[in-house]
Ligand binder design. Structure first.
Ligand code: ATP
Ligand code: MG
Length: 447
């Protein structure tokens, strides 16, 4: 071909040979996001607060695998649910062909672990876990294919005191993070007997509206009519609003439980509304269900949801064990924190600017000593003039630049320049630095 002997002017003007050989860049999988350092501070701020508040109530960490046997989720969540029918990442183990699934939620794995290790044999357990979950949904703001949850479970407690405890604990977490405008909705979906009766009433009701059904709803009418209550199909909303409400026909024990929960919440001053349509997307719930909802995130407004699942242990082959739990959606929390202007203070206290060989060694020692004193210090790396390094110090967000040239190194002194407040530059001995940074930090913080 001509181009082999005589490159076209365009090709000759294009990138050098090395660049032509560079392979196409690989991108992250759709719906699975990187959290970059500028945003990760908010994540850590949320995670630290959650761990601390859960710890205050006696919840301890339990870590379970990301991959579980597929039947665990089918049995726990329910065959006829969005998650199991459409959203699971399921694959066969390449050696033995066992069907495995990336966890779409954490409760099933926690209950499996509790049964496997006989965790509630001697006493009930309060536990939490955190990490990525996977659901093959259509990605949009607040809805992703890999997302993260903080998941809390109280295993072996019949409630309603522990149901209330978990809700009150979440209210504390929101306060701790400075978040407001998150409303609480609660409902009771009763016990198996009234659920059977309600199911029959629902089928009878929805049979009169079949012409409005989409394919999923057709199939669910007899398999799992409760799921139709969570349908987002706009045409069906009036029929859903008119459907028989389980909360009106609760058995006495379920009614007493629900009344008890409401009294406890009122006693703690936690405001709530009863939403008789609240059923939640997973089949294992009974009695209490709840969601914390905000109007600030558009359609994906539920930041946390949970409830009681007294039948799940038996359903998974364990002994009858009442339990209650919830999960917080971390991405939605971070979006809400951004919207609320929550700014974590995750910047270094000082950035050390140094020019010259002796100054470099001196700077490294000064930084280590300040870290011994508990301060966070970034040492300039990669050289540069004083001017260049001062620009980097400013961009780092540090409150102070510590400046060392050959003269300072020889005299065993460090210049301290405030970057975020109007204070004077001073020159100190290394031993005086930690106290001065801490004191000046308080000054500028109070301003
Ligand atoms: P939704 O109605 O928004 O689909 P869900 O009822 O499916 O939520 P749960 O299974 O109860 O959600 O999970 C608890 C929390 O996890 C949700 O309230 C939400 O904050 C978060 N969450 C669920 N699915 C996703 C997702 N695909 N992307 C981001 N966060 C999610
Ligand atoms: Mg969902």
């Amino acid at each position: 071909m001509i181009a082999q002997t005589k490159p076209s002017p365009q090709a000759a003007a294009a990138a050098p040979a090395a660049r032509e050989r560079r392979p196409a860049a690989i991108q992250a999988v759709r719906g699975m996001n990187d959290v970059l350092p500028d945003e990760a501070g908010l994540w850590e701020h949320f995670e630290d607060a959650a761990r601390e508040v859960f710890g205050q109530y006696g919840y301890r960490n339990l870590r379970v695998p990301v991959v579980e046997a597929t039947p665990l989720f089918v049995r726990a969540i329910g065959q006829v649910t969005d998650v199991v029918e459409h959203e699971m990442y399921t694959f066969d183990d390449r050696l033995n062909g066992e069907s495995l699934t990336l966890r779409p939620e954490a409760t099933a794995g926690i209950v499996r672990a509790a049964i496997e290790h006989n965790l509630t044999y001697e006493r009930p357990q309060r536990v939490w876990t955190a990490g990525p979950m996977f659901r093959h949904e259509r990605p949009q703001k607040g809805r992703y294919r890999q997302f993260h949850q903080f998941d809390v479970e109280a295993l072996g407690f019949a409630g309603p005191d522990v149901d209330a405890e978990q809700i009150v604990m979440l209210a504390r977490l929101w306060r701790r993070l400075g978040l407001d405008g998150i409303r609480l909705e609660i409902n009771s979906i009763g016990d198996p007997d009234e659920r059977r009766a309600h199911r029959a009433a629902l089928i009878a009701h929805f049979e009169r509206h079949r012409e409005l059904f989409n394919e999923d709803e057709q199939r669910r009418l007899y398999a799992n009519p409760l799921r139709i209550l969570d349908s987002k199909n706009p045409a069906l909303q009036p029929a859903i609003a008119a459907a028989p409400r389980l909360v009106d026909s609760l058995s006495d024990p379920a009614r007493t439980h629900f009344d008890g929960l409401q009294q406890l919440l009122a006693g703690h001053g936690v405001a709530f509304t009863i939403n008789p349509r609240l059923v939640r997307g997973l089949d294992y719930y009974n009695r209490t269900v709840f969601e914390w909802v905000t109007e600030r995130l558009g359609a994906q407004g539920t930041v946390a949801g949970g409830g009681r699942y007294d039948g799940l242990f038996e359903q998974l082959g364990g002994k009858p064990t009442p339990a209650c739990g919830f999960a917080i959606g971390c991405e939605r929390m971070v979006l809400l924190m951004q919207d609320s202007g929550v700014v974590p203070a995750a910047v270094p206290e000082a950035y050390i600017v140094h020019v010259g060989e002796q100054a470099g060694k001196f700077a490294a020692t000064v930084a280590e000593n300040l870290r011994d004193a508990g301060l966070s210090v970034v040492v300039n790396a990669g050289g540069g003039s004083f001017k260049t390094q001062m620009k980097r110090a400013d961009a780092s967000g540090a409150r102070f630049a510590l400046i060392v040239g050959e003269d300072e190194a020889a005299a065993n002194r460090v210049a301290v320049k405030p970057l975020r407040s109007a204070g004077e530059q001073v020159t100190l001995a290394p031993g005086e630095l930690a106290a001065r940074l801490a004191a000046q930090g308080e000054d500028s913080g109070a301003r």
